[in-house]
Design a protein around this ligand. Structure first.
Ligand code: DX5
Ligand code: ZN
Length: 223
């Protein structure tokens, strides 16, 4: 497993895109070591967000801070986009197991590009889907909302699901959680075995994003 920073990963989906650089700087200065970057194609999920051009705009400042760019592909056939995000400066690429008939190929393409691969499971996907892939990935991301939008409530039953995934994965991969993470839900997620917590609206939607970042980190026990 590659060296992966644990902690709260602010999702720029809820940032102010008119001043994206400033917003990223804010959370990097606060101590964020993972910046979560949500890519949606209008097909795998209804919205369309951003792609490699925007990733390449923020990658240098992320790397200068010693942080990593965590690219979450909510797109059909993600294997087609690995090269483009690798060139844009992605460090980790996470693919949805539901998004391609050939997840193993996508994971291999990410590793072959020199990046860290992760797989993502939607709330309705059986946890056992990790079994065949676990030895090839660094991260398993457990969606705790249905993907597509920031600001949705944390789905009930998610903490038990994280615990189940941790039991399946053991210490072979990090467990990342995405959706509805805030000061209330962060603690139970971390306690169940999550080591990376994505937080979008709870950070960038807060009056003071730096304070919110620290509060969520503290609630998770990440310090
Ligand atoms: C949703 C995205 C998330 C989103 C989370 O499909 O994958 O990363 O930004 O937003 P919050 O933290 O507001 O639930
Ligand atoms: Zn995400």
């Amino acid at each position: 497993m590659t060296d992966i920073p644990r902690g709260v990963a602010p999702s720029i989906l809820s940032a102010d895109f008119a001043r994206l650089g400033e917003q990223v700087e804010l959370v990097l200065d606060a101590g964020a070591r993972t910046i979560h970057f949500d890519v949606m194609d209008g097909r795998f999920v209804p919205p369309i967000t951003v792609g490699p051009v925007v990733a390449s705009a923020i990658a240098p400042q992320v790397h200068d801070a010693g942080a990593i760019l965590d690219v979450h592909l909510m797109v059909e056939r993600p294997e087609r986009h690995v090269e483009a995000f690798a060139s844009a400066g992605a460090d980790r690429i996470l693919v949805q197991v539901e998004s391609t008939p050939n997840v193993a190929y996508a994971v291999k393409a990410i590793r072959d590009a020199g990046l860290s691969p992760g797989i993502v499971l939607n709330p309705g996907t059986p946890a056992s889907a990790v079994e065949e892939l676990i030895d090839d990935v660094d991260v398993v991301l457990c969606m705790t909302v249905n993907p597509g939008w920031g600001g949705q409530p944390f789905l009930p039953g998610s903490v038990a699901r994280i615990r189940r995934l941790r039991a399946l994965v053991g210490d072979r991969a990090e467990i990342e959680v995405d959706g509805g993470v805030d000061v209330e839900t962060a603690g139970p997620c971390a306690e169940a075995g999550a080591t990376i917590l994505v937080a979008g609206s709870a950070v960038f939607g807060a009056e003071d994003p730096v304070r919110a970042f620290h509060q969520i980190s503290a609630a998770a026990g990440y310090g």
